[in-house]
Write a protein that binds this ligand. Structure first.
Ligand SMILES: NC(=O)c1ccc[n+]([C@@H]2O[C@H](COP(=O)([O-])OP(=O)(O)OC[C@H]3O[C@@H](n4cnc5c(N)ncnc54)[C@H](OP(=O)(O)O)[C@@H]3O)[C@@H](O)[C@H]2O)c1
Length: 414
């Protein structure tokens, strides 16, 4: 296999190195396209180009491996390659999540293969497992820590007492963070990954913007103190649940995790996903979710899979019974804030606990997801929202205003 490689950064250079040490794959890199020709490289200068065409028009190249950090340019490269009937391996979750429907169409129309195992959970083979092993009807939920850099940052803050700034800087130095760290810390990267997971778990093609999401930038010391007191861990989770009406709830939110959950063991740049199915109950996939070689291992696995013409068939997309997303469910949340002027207490169906100190207040409440999504305080940078453990509930009817009042009074909210 002759490979045209786009990108020679953390992952691209990793692939170059690994391929040199894996002769059994019979794959070699013919040319590498980079952006900055003046950068020093650990490879012969003759290997590099800045011209897309030099690779995309080379008829000897039979596979494009796209590993650049620019989603717009990546889409140009990948869509051109697929139209040219060349298979593609990519790790670019932003580009894939934003263009999934088009990319699937291009794969099918051109009879080629487009693989992207490295785009979700780095080294964990989550996509191929969901695609091939888990039958649609039996899959109850997929819930996990899918972003290595935020998990690394949270681990360093909570376990080692590092400041947010220092923890982020360390994650960047180690190559875990995206070039634009907002993608990680604002929860956009896990939202992109959840968009991809939804296609393979439930056959749902959604836009990333449709999914409820929040990152870790608003977490307050009150929240970590609450976690400590209750014996919880604080994790950024991506979750998809099949509800009893067959619709799917999907969101990315920080969550307090109970000590008995496998997710508690997921520290630093590791990722972990709990897959729940009707017959097998819970299964847990665990591994490194970021970094040069863990990510390279998934890319190499895709390159190897192409040698036997593997492609995602998106079987669940073509099923008769279609799943769709819903916001018609309730979440149990912890909300911390500075002042009641920031939060509307009537947005909650129930408030089970309320605490007030001089510098911060918090409540534990049940809220409808539509209400949460549209609440102005949900977007307020001084308000922090964290899911409580086992937070999803499905309720048929909205609680009456008088019952709401009673719950607020019982919790001590005036
Ligand atoms: N790092 C991880 O742990 C990880 C994990 C999973 C997935 N990914 C994904 O893998 C991809 C690569 O990530 P990375 O961490 O390797 O990024 P990176 O270290 O920032 O490297 C990016 C590379 O892309 C090249 N590039 C950028 N724009 C280009 C363009 N228009 N044309 C040609 N080359 C271009 C850069 O060229 P120059 O060298 O000339 O600047 C650089 O070599 C991203 O989509 C990322 O989301 C990364």
């Amino acid at each position: 296999m002759q490979i045209g490689l786009f990108g020679f950064g953390v992952v691209g250079e990793g692939i170059y190195k690994v391929l040199q040490q894996t002769p059994s794959l019979s794959a070699s890199i013919k040319k590498v396209c980079i952006k900055h020709p003046d950068k020093e490289r650990n490879a012969p200068a003759s290997l590099f180009t800045t011209s897309y065409e030099e690779i995309l028009n080379d008829t000897e190249i039979d596979l494009i491996v796209e590993l650049i950090d620019d989603a717009k340019e990546a889409f140009k490269i990948v869509s051109t390659a697929l139209k040219n009937k060349i298979s593609v391996v990519s790790a670019n979750k932003k580009m894939i999540a934003e263009h999934l429907a088009t990319l699937i169409q291009l794969q099918n129309e051109n009879g080629v293969s487009f693989l992207y195992e490295a785009a979700v959970c780095g080294s964990i083979p989550i996509i191929r497992n969901l695609e091939e092993y888990y039958d649609n009807d039996l899959l109850q939920s997929v819930c996990g820590i899918v972003n290595g850099s935020t998990n690394y940052i949270l681990t360093k803050i909570i376990d080692e007492g590092l400041s947010y700034k220092d923890a982020l800087q360390k994650a960047q130095q180690l190559g875990f963070a995206e070039s634009n760290p907002a993608l990680d810390v604002e929860g956009l990267d896990p939202r992109n990954k959840l968009t991809i997971l939804l296609a393979h778990a439930y056959g749902i093609i959604s836009r990333p913007e449709e999914l409820l999401h929040l990152g870790i930038t608003r977490l307050h010391t009150t929240d970590t103190r609450f976690a400590e007191e209750k014996g919880y861990q604080l994790k950024l989770t991506a979750q998809a649940y099949k509800l009893s009406n067959g619709k799917v709830a999907a969101f990315v939110l920080p969550q307090f995790v109970k000590p008995e959950s496998q997710l508690v063991t997921v520290k630093n740049e590791y990722n972990g996903v709990i897959i729940e199915s009707k017959l097998a109950d819970k299964q847990f996939l665990y591994g490194k979710g970021a970094g040069r070689f863990p990510t390279s291992s998934a890319v190499i696995s895709d390159i190897s899979a192409l040698s036997y013409d593997y492609k995602y068939e998106y079987k669940k997309l073509n099923r008769k019974e279609k799943y769709t997303l819903t916001n018609n469910y309730y979440l149990k949340v912890f909300v911390s804030f500075n002042d009641w002027s920031e939060v509307n207490k009537w947005d909650f169906e129930q408030v089970s606990e309320f605490h007030s100190t001089e510098d911060r207040q918090y409540l534990l409440g049940l809220i409808h997801v539509e209400k949460l999504k549209s609440a102005s305080w949900f977007l307020d940078p001084s308000v922090s929202v964290v899911l409580l453990p086992e937070s999803i509930t499905e309720k048929e009817s909205i609680i009456s205003q008088s019952l709401k009042k009673v719950s607020l009074q019982l919790a001590g909210v005036n």
